[in-house]
Design a protein around this ligand. Structure first.
Ligand code: GAL
Length: 413
Protein backbone atom coordinates (compact mmCIF):
# COMPACT_ATOMS: atom_id res chain seq x y z
CA UNK A 1 0.00 0.00 0.00
CA UNK A 2 2.78 2.45 0.87
CA UNK A 3 5.62 3.17 -1.42
CA UNK A 4 8.72 1.42 -0.25
CA UNK A 5 12.26 2.39 -1.09
CA UNK A 6 12.79 -0.21 -3.79
CA UNK A 7 9.66 0.83 -5.64
CA UNK A 8 10.58 4.49 -5.44
CA UNK A 9 14.01 3.72 -6.87
CA UNK A 10 12.51 1.75 -9.72
CA UNK A 11 10.04 4.51 -10.57
CA UNK A 12 12.77 7.14 -10.50
CA UNK A 13 14.97 5.10 -12.81
CA UNK A 14 12.15 4.51 -15.27
CA UNK A 15 11.01 8.09 -15.30
CA UNK A 16 14.53 9.50 -15.20
CA UNK A 17 13.40 12.21 -12.82
CA UNK A 18 14.72 13.57 -9.54
CA UNK A 19 17.29 11.63 -7.52
CA UNK A 20 16.02 8.43 -5.95
CA UNK A 21 14.22 8.86 -2.61
CA UNK A 22 14.08 12.65 -2.88
CA UNK A 23 10.32 12.52 -2.60
CA UNK A 24 10.34 10.23 0.42
CA UNK A 25 10.34 11.26 4.03
CA UNK A 26 12.15 9.28 6.68
CA UNK A 27 10.11 9.72 9.83
CA UNK A 28 11.34 8.99 13.33
CA UNK A 29 8.52 8.43 15.86
CA UNK A 30 7.50 6.29 18.84
CA UNK A 31 4.00 5.29 17.79
CA UNK A 32 4.19 1.52 18.01
CA UNK A 33 1.16 0.46 20.12
CA UNK A 34 -2.00 -0.75 18.34
CA UNK A 35 -3.78 2.61 18.54
CA UNK A 36 -0.66 4.62 17.75
CA UNK A 37 0.20 2.47 14.74
CA UNK A 38 -3.35 2.82 13.41
CA UNK A 39 -3.07 6.59 13.70
CA UNK A 40 0.28 6.88 11.95
CA UNK A 41 -0.99 4.67 9.14
CA UNK A 42 -3.47 7.48 8.41
CA UNK A 43 -0.57 9.87 7.84
CA UNK A 44 1.30 7.37 5.67
CA UNK A 45 -1.78 6.88 3.51
CA UNK A 46 -2.43 10.58 3.19
CA UNK A 47 1.15 11.17 2.10
CA UNK A 48 1.10 8.28 -0.36
CA UNK A 49 -1.89 9.96 -2.02
CA UNK A 50 0.17 13.13 -2.35
CA UNK A 51 3.01 11.17 -3.96
CA UNK A 52 5.32 11.21 -0.96
CA UNK A 53 6.79 7.91 0.19
CA UNK A 54 7.50 6.96 3.79
CA UNK A 55 10.55 5.35 5.33
CA UNK A 56 9.56 4.29 8.80
CA UNK A 57 11.93 4.79 11.73
CA UNK A 58 9.80 3.68 14.68
CA UNK A 59 11.52 3.51 18.07
CA UNK A 60 9.32 1.69 20.59
CA UNK A 61 8.81 3.20 24.02
CA UNK A 62 5.82 5.19 25.24
CA UNK A 63 6.38 8.85 25.99
CA UNK A 64 9.27 8.94 23.50
CA UNK A 65 12.31 8.69 25.80
CA UNK A 66 13.99 6.01 23.67
CA UNK A 67 13.09 7.84 20.45
CA UNK A 68 14.67 11.06 21.71
CA UNK A 69 17.90 9.21 22.57
CA UNK A 70 17.96 7.63 19.11
CA UNK A 71 17.26 11.00 17.49
CA UNK A 72 20.14 12.63 19.33
CA UNK A 73 22.47 9.83 18.21
CA UNK A 74 21.42 10.28 14.56
CA UNK A 75 21.93 14.03 14.68
CA UNK A 76 25.30 13.73 16.40
CA UNK A 77 26.35 11.27 13.69
CA UNK A 78 25.44 13.94 11.10
CA UNK A 79 22.56 11.88 9.73
CA UNK A 80 19.25 13.29 10.98
CA UNK A 81 15.95 11.87 9.69
CA UNK A 82 13.92 14.19 7.46
CA UNK A 83 11.17 14.43 10.05
CA UNK A 84 10.80 13.52 13.70
CA UNK A 85 7.96 13.36 16.19
CA UNK A 86 8.65 15.50 19.23
CA UNK A 87 6.92 17.08 22.20
CA UNK A 88 6.70 20.83 22.88
CA UNK A 89 9.83 21.74 24.80
CA UNK A 90 12.09 19.61 22.61
CA UNK A 91 10.86 21.45 19.49
CA UNK A 92 12.17 24.61 21.10
CA UNK A 93 15.46 22.98 22.12
CA UNK A 94 16.17 21.57 18.63
CA UNK A 95 15.24 24.90 17.04
CA UNK A 96 17.56 26.73 19.41
CA UNK A 97 20.39 24.47 18.32
CA UNK A 98 19.64 25.44 14.70
CA UNK A 99 18.69 22.00 13.34
CA UNK A 100 15.12 22.61 12.21
CA UNK A 101 13.85 23.76 8.83
CA UNK A 102 11.52 26.72 8.47
CA UNK A 103 7.85 25.90 7.72
CA UNK A 104 6.58 29.46 7.38
CA UNK A 105 5.58 29.16 3.73
CA UNK A 106 3.38 26.10 4.41
CA UNK A 107 2.02 27.70 7.56
CA UNK A 108 1.10 30.82 5.67
CA UNK A 109 -0.44 28.98 2.72
CA UNK A 110 -2.55 26.87 5.08
CA UNK A 111 -3.40 29.65 7.55
CA UNK A 112 -1.97 27.92 10.64
CA UNK A 113 -1.91 31.16 12.64
CA UNK A 114 -5.69 31.50 12.36
CA UNK A 115 -6.68 27.99 13.43
CA UNK A 116 -4.10 26.75 15.92
CA UNK A 117 -4.62 27.76 19.56
CA UNK A 118 -1.97 30.21 20.84
CA UNK A 119 -0.87 27.76 23.58
CA UNK A 120 0.05 25.23 20.87
CA UNK A 121 1.55 27.86 18.56
CA UNK A 122 3.92 28.82 21.37
CA UNK A 123 5.59 25.40 21.10
CA UNK A 124 5.51 25.05 17.30
CA UNK A 125 7.19 28.38 16.63
CA UNK A 126 10.64 29.62 17.48
CA UNK A 127 11.44 33.33 17.37
CA UNK A 128 8.23 33.89 15.45
CA UNK A 129 8.95 31.24 12.76
CA UNK A 130 7.02 27.98 12.39
CA UNK A 131 9.42 25.05 12.87
CA UNK A 132 7.07 22.10 13.56
CA UNK A 133 3.59 20.94 12.57
CA UNK A 134 1.23 20.15 15.48
CA UNK A 135 -0.93 17.10 14.75
CA UNK A 136 -3.02 16.83 17.90
CA UNK A 137 -3.84 17.90 21.41
CA UNK A 138 -3.65 15.14 24.00
CA UNK A 139 -5.02 15.40 27.53
CA UNK A 140 -3.02 13.24 29.92
CA UNK A 141 -5.30 13.31 33.00
CA UNK A 142 -8.05 10.76 32.40
CA UNK A 143 -9.42 7.77 34.28
CA UNK A 144 -10.41 4.86 32.01
CA UNK A 145 -12.90 2.44 33.55
CA UNK A 146 -14.28 -0.95 32.60
CA UNK A 147 -18.06 -0.40 32.33
CA UNK A 148 -18.97 -3.99 33.24
CA UNK A 149 -16.89 -3.88 36.40
CA UNK A 150 -18.41 -0.54 37.38
CA UNK A 151 -21.87 -2.01 36.79
CA UNK A 152 -20.98 -5.05 38.89
CA UNK A 153 -19.89 -2.94 41.87
CA UNK A 154 -22.89 -0.65 41.35
CA UNK A 155 -20.90 2.58 41.13
CA UNK A 156 -20.39 5.42 38.67
CA UNK A 157 -17.07 6.77 37.42
CA UNK A 158 -15.53 8.77 40.30
CA UNK A 159 -15.75 12.55 40.47
CA UNK A 160 -13.61 12.98 43.60
CA UNK A 161 -10.86 11.00 45.33
CA UNK A 162 -13.23 9.56 47.97
CA UNK A 163 -15.34 8.02 45.22
CA UNK A 164 -12.22 6.85 43.40
CA UNK A 165 -10.91 5.00 46.45
CA UNK A 166 -14.37 3.63 47.30
CA UNK A 167 -14.61 2.18 43.78
CA UNK A 168 -11.06 0.79 44.07
CA UNK A 169 -11.94 -0.94 47.36
CA UNK A 170 -15.11 -2.42 45.89
CA UNK A 171 -13.21 -3.69 42.84
CA UNK A 172 -10.59 -5.25 45.07
CA UNK A 173 -13.29 -6.96 47.12
CA UNK A 174 -14.84 -8.29 43.90
CA UNK A 175 -11.50 -9.85 42.89
CA UNK A 176 -10.26 -7.36 40.29
CA UNK A 177 -7.04 -5.37 40.11
CA UNK A 178 -8.49 -1.96 41.05
CA UNK A 179 -6.00 0.37 39.34
CA UNK A 180 -3.86 -1.02 36.53
CA UNK A 181 -0.55 0.82 36.49
CA UNK A 182 2.50 0.79 34.29
CA UNK A 183 5.97 0.96 35.74
CA UNK A 184 7.96 3.52 33.78
CA UNK A 185 9.05 6.91 34.98
CA UNK A 186 6.89 8.84 32.49
CA UNK A 187 3.79 6.84 33.44
CA UNK A 188 4.39 7.47 37.12
CA UNK A 189 4.84 11.17 36.41
CA UNK A 190 1.61 11.19 34.36
CA UNK A 191 -0.37 10.03 37.39
CA UNK A 192 1.42 12.26 39.89
CA UNK A 193 1.04 15.48 37.87
CA UNK A 194 -2.69 14.76 37.54
CA UNK A 195 -2.90 14.46 41.33
CA UNK A 196 -1.09 17.80 41.73
CA UNK A 197 -3.62 19.39 39.36
CA UNK A 198 -6.47 17.84 41.36
CA UNK A 199 -5.29 19.63 44.49
CA UNK A 200 -5.48 22.94 42.68
CA UNK A 201 -4.66 24.49 39.31
CA UNK A 202 -2.68 27.11 41.25
CA UNK A 203 -0.47 24.44 42.79
CA UNK A 204 0.16 22.91 39.37
CA UNK A 205 1.03 26.25 37.85
CA UNK A 206 3.27 27.51 40.63
CA UNK A 207 5.07 24.24 41.41
CA UNK A 208 5.31 22.55 38.01
CA UNK A 209 5.25 25.39 35.48
CA UNK A 210 6.87 28.19 37.48
CA UNK A 211 9.08 25.90 39.63
CA UNK A 212 8.27 28.06 42.63
CA UNK A 213 10.26 26.73 45.59
CA UNK A 214 7.61 27.60 48.20
CA UNK A 215 4.97 25.72 46.26
CA UNK A 216 7.33 22.77 45.71
CA UNK A 217 8.03 22.57 49.44
CA UNK A 218 4.41 23.10 50.54
CA UNK A 219 2.09 20.92 52.61
CA UNK A 220 -0.14 20.66 49.51
CA UNK A 221 2.74 19.12 47.61
CA UNK A 222 3.13 16.55 50.41
CA UNK A 223 -0.58 15.83 50.06
CA UNK A 224 -0.06 15.06 46.36
CA UNK A 225 2.48 12.39 47.30
CA UNK A 226 0.11 10.97 49.96
CA UNK A 227 -2.68 10.58 47.41
CA UNK A 228 -0.24 9.12 44.88
CA UNK A 229 1.00 6.59 47.48
CA UNK A 230 -2.60 5.52 48.04
CA UNK A 231 -3.19 5.08 44.29
CA UNK A 232 -0.01 2.99 44.05
CA UNK A 233 -1.29 0.70 46.79
CA UNK A 234 -3.94 -0.57 44.35
CA UNK A 235 -1.41 -1.75 41.75
CA UNK A 236 -0.75 -5.45 41.22
CA UNK A 237 2.62 -7.15 41.70
CA UNK A 238 3.40 -7.15 37.98
CA UNK A 239 3.50 -3.36 37.85
CA UNK A 240 7.27 -2.84 37.47
CA UNK A 241 8.34 -2.10 33.90
CA UNK A 242 4.88 -2.64 32.40
CA UNK A 243 4.13 -0.73 29.18
CA UNK A 244 1.19 1.68 29.17
CA UNK A 245 -0.69 -0.10 26.38
CA UNK A 246 -0.47 -3.46 28.15
CA UNK A 247 -1.85 -1.64 31.18
CA UNK A 248 -4.75 -0.31 29.11
CA UNK A 249 -5.33 -3.86 27.85
CA UNK A 250 -5.89 -4.99 31.45
CA UNK A 251 -8.84 -2.59 31.69
CA UNK A 252 -10.10 -3.56 28.24
CA UNK A 253 -10.04 -7.29 28.99
CA UNK A 254 -11.66 -6.93 32.39
CA UNK A 255 -8.66 -7.88 34.51
CA UNK A 256 -8.51 -4.40 36.04
CA UNK A 257 -11.15 -1.79 36.83
CA UNK A 258 -9.37 1.50 36.14
CA UNK A 259 -6.27 3.12 34.65
CA UNK A 260 -5.12 6.72 34.99
CA UNK A 261 -3.59 7.61 31.64
CA UNK A 262 -3.68 10.11 28.79
CA UNK A 263 -6.22 9.84 26.00
CA UNK A 264 -3.79 7.89 23.82
CA UNK A 265 -5.31 5.01 25.86
CA UNK A 266 -8.51 5.73 23.94
CA UNK A 267 -6.64 4.82 20.75
CA UNK A 268 -6.16 1.33 22.23
CA UNK A 269 -9.87 1.10 23.05
CA UNK A 270 -10.76 2.01 19.46
CA UNK A 271 -8.14 -0.34 18.02
CA UNK A 272 -9.74 -3.12 20.10
CA UNK A 273 -13.05 -2.42 18.33
CA UNK A 274 -14.75 -0.94 21.41
CA UNK A 275 -16.53 2.38 21.88
CA UNK A 276 -15.03 4.86 24.34
CA UNK A 277 -17.77 6.07 26.68
CA UNK A 278 -19.59 2.72 26.33
CA UNK A 279 -17.59 -0.45 27.10
CA UNK A 280 -14.69 1.64 28.39
CA UNK A 281 -15.77 4.71 30.32
CA UNK A 282 -13.86 7.95 30.60
CA UNK A 283 -13.79 10.68 33.21
CA UNK A 284 -11.15 13.30 33.89
CA UNK A 285 -9.03 12.56 36.96
CA UNK A 286 -11.05 13.46 40.09
CA UNK A 287 -10.87 17.16 40.87
CA UNK A 288 -9.36 18.18 37.53
CA UNK A 289 -12.51 19.16 35.64
CA UNK A 290 -12.35 22.82 34.70
CA UNK A 291 -8.60 22.49 34.10
CA UNK A 292 -6.80 21.12 31.08
CA UNK A 293 -3.27 19.77 30.87
CA UNK A 294 -2.17 19.26 27.29
CA UNK A 295 0.61 17.79 25.23
CA UNK A 296 0.91 18.09 21.50
CA UNK A 297 2.78 15.79 19.15
CA UNK A 298 4.69 17.80 16.59
CA UNK A 299 6.47 16.77 13.44
CA UNK A 300 9.60 18.84 13.06
CA UNK A 301 11.52 18.85 9.79
CA UNK A 302 15.28 18.63 10.04
CA UNK A 303 17.25 20.90 7.78
CA UNK A 304 18.72 18.19 5.53
CA UNK A 305 19.09 20.14 2.29
CA UNK A 306 16.96 21.12 -0.68
CA UNK A 307 16.42 17.61 -2.04
CA UNK A 308 14.14 16.77 0.86
CA UNK A 309 12.36 20.12 1.06
CA UNK A 310 9.41 19.33 -1.20
CA UNK A 311 8.62 16.07 0.59
CA UNK A 312 8.95 17.81 3.95
CA UNK A 313 6.54 20.54 2.90
CA UNK A 314 4.14 17.91 1.63
CA UNK A 315 4.28 16.17 4.97
CA UNK A 316 3.71 19.37 6.94
CA UNK A 317 0.77 20.32 4.72
CA UNK A 318 -0.71 16.81 4.95
CA UNK A 319 -0.42 16.73 8.72
CA UNK A 320 -2.31 19.98 9.01
CA UNK A 321 -5.21 19.46 6.62
CA UNK A 322 -8.69 19.50 8.18
CA UNK A 323 -9.59 16.05 6.86
CA UNK A 324 -6.34 14.49 8.06
CA UNK A 325 -6.66 16.07 11.50
CA UNK A 326 -10.12 14.59 11.84
CA UNK A 327 -9.28 11.05 10.68
CA UNK A 328 -5.96 10.93 12.50
CA UNK A 329 -7.27 12.19 15.83
CA UNK A 330 -10.29 9.89 15.72
CA UNK A 331 -7.82 6.99 15.69
CA UNK A 332 -5.26 8.52 18.06
CA UNK A 333 -7.60 9.41 20.92
CA UNK A 334 -6.56 13.06 20.93
CA UNK A 335 -8.44 16.11 19.66
CA UNK A 336 -7.35 18.09 16.60
CA UNK A 337 -4.73 20.81 16.90
CA UNK A 338 -6.92 22.93 14.60
CA UNK A 339 -9.97 24.57 16.08
CA UNK A 340 -11.98 24.38 12.82
CA UNK A 341 -12.38 20.59 12.69
CA UNK A 342 -16.03 19.59 13.29
CA UNK A 343 -16.62 17.74 16.58
CA UNK A 344 -19.62 15.67 15.33
CA UNK A 345 -17.70 12.47 14.66
CA UNK A 346 -15.81 12.47 17.96
CA UNK A 347 -16.99 10.24 20.83
CA UNK A 348 -18.24 11.56 24.16
CA UNK A 349 -14.75 11.70 25.71
CA UNK A 350 -13.34 13.63 22.72
CA UNK A 351 -16.25 16.08 22.73
CA UNK A 352 -15.69 16.67 26.45
CA UNK A 353 -12.05 17.56 25.71
CA UNK A 354 -13.02 19.86 22.85
CA UNK A 355 -15.42 21.79 25.08
CA UNK A 356 -13.14 21.77 28.14
CA UNK A 357 -10.12 23.20 26.35
CA UNK A 358 -12.14 26.27 25.37
CA UNK A 359 -13.35 26.69 28.95
CA UNK A 360 -9.88 26.15 30.45
CA UNK A 361 -8.37 28.67 28.03
CA UNK A 362 -10.89 31.27 29.19
CA UNK A 363 -10.39 30.53 32.87
CA UNK A 364 -6.58 30.40 32.46
CA UNK A 365 -6.37 26.83 33.70
CA UNK A 366 -4.82 25.42 30.52
CA UNK A 367 -1.28 24.23 31.25
CA UNK A 368 1.38 22.20 29.48
CA UNK A 369 1.94 18.67 30.80
CA UNK A 370 5.21 18.37 32.69
CA UNK A 371 5.32 14.58 32.24
CA UNK A 372 4.91 15.00 28.47
CA UNK A 373 7.45 17.66 27.67
CA UNK A 374 5.31 20.80 27.88
CA UNK A 375 6.17 22.05 31.36
CA UNK A 376 9.91 22.41 31.70
CA UNK A 377 13.02 21.97 29.54
CA UNK A 378 14.23 18.35 29.48
CA UNK A 379 16.92 18.76 32.17
CA UNK A 380 14.52 20.35 34.69
CA UNK A 381 11.72 17.94 33.77
CA UNK A 382 14.10 15.07 34.59
CA UNK A 383 14.73 16.56 38.03
CA UNK A 384 11.01 16.29 38.86
CA UNK A 385 10.50 12.88 37.31
CA UNK A 386 13.53 11.37 39.07
CA UNK A 387 11.99 12.14 42.45
CA UNK A 388 8.54 10.88 41.46
CA UNK A 389 9.91 7.57 40.20
CA UNK A 390 12.13 7.20 43.26
CA UNK A 391 9.05 7.74 45.41
CA UNK A 392 6.98 5.27 43.40
CA UNK A 393 9.61 2.56 43.67
CA UNK A 394 10.48 2.83 47.36
CA UNK A 395 8.75 3.44 50.66
CA UNK A 396 9.85 7.08 50.73
CA UNK A 397 7.54 9.25 52.85
CA UNK A 398 5.62 12.17 51.35
CA UNK A 399 7.66 14.61 53.47
CA UNK A 400 10.95 13.15 52.21
CA UNK A 401 9.68 13.31 48.65
CA UNK A 402 8.90 17.01 49.02
CA UNK A 403 12.36 17.65 50.45
CA UNK A 404 13.96 15.68 47.61
CA UNK A 405 11.86 17.57 45.04
CA UNK A 406 12.96 20.96 46.33
CA UNK A 407 16.61 19.87 46.26
CA UNK A 408 16.40 18.17 42.87
CA UNK A 409 14.53 20.94 41.03
CA UNK A 410 16.53 23.61 42.86
CA UNK A 411 19.80 22.25 41.56
CA UNK A 412 18.51 21.73 38.00
CA UNK A 413 17.29 25.30 37.51
C1 GAL B 1 2.89 10.81 24.60
C2 GAL B 1 2.54 11.19 23.19
C3 GAL B 1 1.34 10.45 22.75
C4 GAL B 1 1.36 8.98 23.11
C5 GAL B 1 2.05 8.66 24.43
C6 GAL B 1 2.41 7.21 24.66
O1 GAL B 1 3.99 11.53 25.05
O2 GAL B 1 2.27 12.57 23.12
O3 GAL B 1 1.15 10.65 21.37
O4 GAL B 1 1.80 8.26 22.07
O5 GAL B 1 3.18 9.43 24.64
O6 GAL B 1 3.37 6.75 23.76
Amino acid sequence: MFRIKGVTALLSMTALTAPAFADDVEVMHWWTSGGEAAAIAVLQEDLAERGTGWTDMAIAGGGGDAAMTALRARVVAGNPPTAAQMLGMSVREWAEEGFLGNLNDVAEAEGWNDVIPPAVQAFGTYEGEWVAAPVNIHRPHWVWGNAEIFAEIGMEMPTNWDEFFAAADAMQAAGYIPVAQGGQAWQEATIWEAVVLSISPDLYESALINADMDALGSAEMAESFEIYRRILSYADDGYAGRDWNLTTAMVINGEAGMQIMGDWAKGEVIAAGLTPGEEILCAVVPGTDGSFLFNTDFFAMFDVGDDAAAAQRNMAAAAMSVSFQETFNLAKGSIPARTDVPSDNFDACGQTSMADIVEATESETLFGSLAHGHGQPASVQAAYIDVVTQFANSDMSAEDAVEALVASVGSAL
